[in-house]
Ligand binder design. Structure first.
Ligand code: SF4
Length: 112
């Protein structure tokens, strides 16, 4: 679904059908440790749409939390975890790098 910030995000949900006014971030909603309320304006600076566009690894699991940036400013803080290697993904745009091992070098003699 397209977020209020104009980017595609699989975690955004909105329902304005027949007078309903539902907007939610399902990434934040599923985090039981999140204590700050989500508001649609957070989509503007959220890194998740860009992460999803850069890395479609099915083994990467994202966690989102609303965190305080400055006194009143808030932002979505994202952490990523690889369920295959059971480790934190430090750079979610790139991935953990374990699935993408370098290709096996081809012996030029095999091509002739
Ligand atoms: S806050 Fe981020 S993850 Fe949540 S709906 Fe908006 S863009 Fe998607």
């Amino acid at each position: 679904m397209i977020t209020p910030a104009g980017k595609e995000c699989r975690y955004y949900y909105a329902d304005h059908h027949r007078g309903r006014n539902v907007q939610e971030c399902r990434l934040i909603a599923r985090n039981r440790n999140n204590h700050e309320p989500w508001i649609p304006a957070l989509c503007t600076s959220c890194p998740v749409p860009d992460i999803l566009q850069a890395n479609l690894c099915p083994d990467m699991h994202l966690e989102g939390e609303v965190a305080r940036k400055w006194l009143f400013l808030k932002e979505v803080k994202v952490t990523a975890y690889c369920t295959r290697t059971m480790s934190e993904v430090k750079e979610p745009h790139v991935g953990c790098g374990q699935c993408h091992t370098p290709p096996i070098p081809i012996d030029e003699g095999d091509l002739k």
